[in-house]
Each structure stands twice: as C-alpha cells, then as structure tokens.
Design a protein around this ligand. Sequence first.
Ligand code: UDP
Length: 362
Amino acid sequence: MTKKLYILIGTRPNFIKVTRFKELSSKYNFDVKIIHTGQHFDDNMANVFFDQFDLRPDYFLNVGGLSPNSQVGQIILKLEELFEEIGKPDFFMVPGDVNSTLAGAVAANKLNITLIHLESGLRSFDKKMPEEHNRIVADNLANICMVTEPSGLENIKDENIQAKTYHVGNTMIDTLVKFESKIEESPILEELALIDKKYLLCTFHRPSNVDAESQLKKLTSLLMALTRKGKVVIPLHPRTRKMLMEFDMLSELEENTDVILSNPIGYFEFQKLIKYSQVVITDSGGIQEETTYRKVPCLTVRENTERPVTITQGTNSLVKFEESEILRFVEKVELGNYKSGEVPKFWDGQTTERIYEVLCEQ
Ligand code: UDP
C-alpha cells in the first residue's frame, strides 16, 4: 500500500535538505507532497532553488513577511485547514531548525500525525539562538528523529527524548552529490574573474553578528583586512544587506574593488564557489557541513556550533570575531598547516534512501 509522506519546508536551508524525496518516492511506494510555508519567498532566497532543483511545492501557505509569532500561528492554522481538505498523511516531516520547523511540529502533534524531525538532535546549547528553541521543541514532539551526526544521538539520549532515533546521515550532502555535475558546470568563477585566483568566500547573517552597529563595524573592517589575502566574495543575506544599509556601511564595501558583493546566489553557483575557495568564513549552519564534505577550510565566526563533528572530524574551526585571530587562521591555511579533515559517517549521498528504508519498517 502506498504511504503518504508530507514534507514541510520554509527557508533556503530547508529546500536544500529535501531534494531527493520525490525522485525516490515511487521506488519505496510513497506519495510525497511538499508544503511550502513561504517563510522565505523571494527569487534569491526561494525561487532560484525550486528552479535549480526542479522542486515544485504542491501547497503554498503564503506566510512570508509576517512577524515570527504570526508566522508560527498562521502555519499551524493553515496546516490544520490543509489537512482537513486533503486528509492527514502517514508521516509528516519537518527539516532543520527554523520557525516553519517549530510550527509544523506543533501542528502535527496537535493533529496526532506521526512527526519526523529531519536533522534531529543538534544542539548549540546556546538558548540565545532562536534555532535552539526550535530544535528542542521539534525533537520533543517528534515520533521519529533522523540524525546527521553522533552528537545528535548523544543529545537525544541525554535529554531523555522518547522518539525512535536513527543515525541516517545528512540529506544536504545528498543534494551536493546529486547535483555535482551541475555545480561543476556553473560559470560563476569566469563571471567573477576568479579562475586560478585565490579568493575567500564569506557569508554572515546570524543576528548576533549583523544586528548591532558595533558588530557590523567589525564585519566591514574584517572584510577589508581579508582583501590582503585575496579577493573576498560575499553574497549578502537580505538581513545583512538591510543592516549595512541602515548603518550606512554598504557603500564603503561596494567601493572596494577587492570585495565582490552580491545578492544571495543560486545553489550551483554557491557550491562551485565553496569548492574552489581557499577558505570559507561564515556564521552559517549548513555551510560548516558542506565545507567539511569538500574538505575546504572553514572558519565559523560563532561562540558555539550545533554541528561538532565538523570540528572533531571535519575542516571547521570556531573563531572569535577578531581580525587578528581570523587572519592567523587564514595564514595557517596559506602555509598548508591547517587540518585536512575526514568526511563524517553516512555523509555519502545515500541518506534519503536510508530514511525511506527506516520509514518502510514502521
Ligand atoms: N547558500 C546558497 N547561496 C548563498 C548562500 C548560501 O545557496 O548565497 C546555501 C548554502 O550553501 C547552504 C545553505 O544555503 O546550503 C545555507 O543557508 P543559510 O546559511 O542561510 O542557513 P543556515 O544553514 O545557517 O541555517
């Protein structure tokens, strides 16, 4: 009998984690529907990924642009309405740690639908991060936890979470493996005149790094300092662009010809930039994993990470938001003294298959 798996997505990192479920659905006898909340809704943060992945959401909840509370409330209400209309699925899956994840988990729990949390068990142990609350709620409401790395298993055990828990690996890496030839074909290096050039790739969007004027001053000064080491490529997250404009710091960066500023870019282009960069400097969650898979040095400008395997096994290091420390790490990379890393277990492009195998056993 065909089983119904409905997947809730809302943001850029969500889209990137669910690219293979429809493709494999008939092999495992599943009817898969994708529900997009609309949390990220514009061309650069959403539509480009749907086009590149040929990921067509079946239902759209249209909650973009609302405050976090309204968004969460609306998603819960609209999911209830949707399930009244189309019927409840056998499994409802929420990936990641965003507001859509939290709202989807609450809705499934109240409607008594079997909830799967994809990318379960990650913990930064930093309650100042909204993502940490979203993860904790989703894990505590989940019936099935799909875990990317060993720390996830430990955290779920330590918190006495009762869900069935499986270490299946990382569906973000499935997407990288699936689209490798498209990534390689991307002409982004030619377009940015970076062929055979040393460049550093940066992304910053966490509120703790970009919301205060003092932090943004540090960021602009860091980017300027990094130009001593090569071209600095920074596709700006909408939040970071807005804050730079608000504090009148954008033009200074735009005027520096060694800083390549852009809007957020498509997946294939961004992955190609990661693959050939000398070092990536970021505060992203997912990019810590993608660089570990690529064995590209990654400096994560945060006090903690919820993805510790990228440090213990991979190419990631946590660094303070201090120019001298970051430059010291970049120099280690230049001298060939930086760790080379190993790819964590089950980060092999086959995680979606492992998830289906688990679901077939339920
Ligand atoms: N990404 C992208 N284009 C960009 C910046 C990031 O395709 O301009 C991808 C990146 O490779 C990763 C995902 O977006 O797969 C990470 O998203 P983000 O950093 O916004 O979220 P986080 O992982 O921090 O939740």
